[in-house]
Write a protein that binds this ligand. Structure first.
Ligand SMILES: [Zn+2]
Length: 410
């Protein structure tokens, strides 16, 4: 399992732009084909980001059991984020030491992928007979929304009944925790307008940056305190994410500082200032209200300041999703976590979205959770690693869950 993880880490499937997707998908496909899986390579042609230099190749492998029955599907994304700074090991070296596999993507989520592959291989090796089918997929672009990966496959029936009944996504959310879903997302760009003038005579213009300042100040004073009071019944981790949140992903006003190549912007009153809002919302909130409370603040500024002008553009949104903890998939995980780890399973929800959104909304399949080894906080960090013991424990759980679901013993 550690060797497979290391092999996968040595393929720098960095997104963007989407390096080595095809090689990684084929490596996985060939391994599973050798075990009797039917393997399909599905390139998301024409999807966002897909081009011949960076093909969006997904791999879906399926093995049939004996006779009709449900299908359990393990889905992992094969892409990783860029390595970034601050590493003390080679981010793509796949070092194995002190019981850990190091490297970009080891935790998020090549370790989870390897655990699911080895879990299913062990099940096949055991000779235990089962009805139904098992699928393993390696999909692209999760780190950029999954539209050429799970989203694209879901639109083509790969994540819907009757083909698939239960989906486990081995994202790194701790071996003793079942992740039922995630909060919602609403992104919008707000552009505040102004009137250009000479920087030495700002009274002749209208500063879009000062206008933006009043907007941010009003958000601080009026919206942030309200968001902090909205607690959710969703078991979001970490605890600080169990409320509504708002981040400013970017802010820009005036000419670029490099306008003259020397770090000085022009002496102008800025006539445009843009901000990108990243609002994470709860099951208890409606997207319409999330939008309306921002618009209400902008409209009140328009009334208070005659020069205040704005445009709001919605960029993307995903509603919150949470799987019913009573479904057989969750009960099977609870039981196997208790049996194998000797502790009660924790039910959690993720602060950010992941590919479950496509399974739920496009595939219309509720039986989907994230369960996999690794420590969430290590994802996207330097010196990312996954513990081999964690992988082994979660693979045992995955094998047990697969058998329980296929044999209908839940
Ligand atoms: Zn991930």
């Amino acid at each position: 399992m550690a060797a497979l993880t290391a092999e996968l880490v040595r393929m720098p499937t960095v997104n963007p732009p989407g390096e080595m997707y095809d090689a990684c998908a084929r490596y996985l496909g060939e391994r599973l084909a050798a075990r009797g899986f039917d393997v399909e390579y599905l390139r998301a042609e024409g999807a966002l980001g897909d081009r011949d230099r960076y093909p969006r190749t997904n791999v879906v492998a399926r093995i049939e059991g004996e006779g009709p029955g449900p299908c359990v599907h393990f889905n992992s994304h094969i892409d990783v984020v860029t390595a970034g700074e601050g590493w003390t090991v080679d981010p793509f070296g796949g070092d194995i030491r002190d019981g850990r596999v190091y490297g970009r993507g080891s935790c998020d989520m090549k370790g989870g992928l390897a655990a699911s592959v080895v879990a299913v291989e062990a099940l096949l090796d055991s000779g235990i007979r089962f009805p139904g089918a098992i699928e393993i997929s390696g999909t692209v672009d999760e780190e950029s929304g999954g539209y050429a990966g799970v989203g694209w496959l879901a639109a083509r029936g790969h994540f819907s009944q009757p083909r698939v009944d239960h989906v486990i996504i081995p994202e790194p959310l701790y071996k003793d925790a079942v992740c039922l879903g995630h909060r919602g997302v609403w992104w919008a760009e707000v552009e505040v307008g102004g009137r250009i003038a000479h920087g030495s005579m700002p009274f002749l213009g209208v500063s879009a940056i000062r206008g933006m300042g009043t907007f941010i100040e009003k958000l601080e004073r009026e919206l942030y305190p309200r968001l902090e009071q909205r607690r959710t019944a969703m078991p979001v981790i970490p605890d600080a994410a169990r409320q509504s949140t708002l981040n400013f992903n970017s802010l820009h006003g005036g000419l670029p500082e490099q306008a003259y190549g020397d770090g000085f912007p022009a002496a102008l009153v800025a006539d445009r200032c843009r901000i990108v809002l990243d609002r994470r919302y709860l099951m208890e909130e409606e997207e319409d209200d999330v939008r309306d409370e921002v618009i209400a603040i902008l409209e009140s500024l328009r009334r208070e300041r005659p020069d205040f002008e704005y445009e709001l553009k919605e960029l993307w949104s995903v509603p919150p999703t949470m799987t019913d903890p009573g479904v057989p998939l969750v009960r099977a995980l609870d039981r196997n976590i208790l049996d194998i780890l000797g502790q009660e399973a924790r039910h959690v929800a993720s602060p950010g979205t992941y590919d479950q959104k496509h399974v739920r909304r496009i595939g219309n399949l509720e039986n989907c959770v994230a369960y996999g080894p690794g420590i969430l906080e290590l994802a996207h960090q330097p010196d990312e690693y996954v513990g081999v013991d964690d992988m082994v424990a979660s693979a045992q759980v995955m094998a047990g869950v697969t058998l329980d679901l296929l044999q209908g013993e839940i």
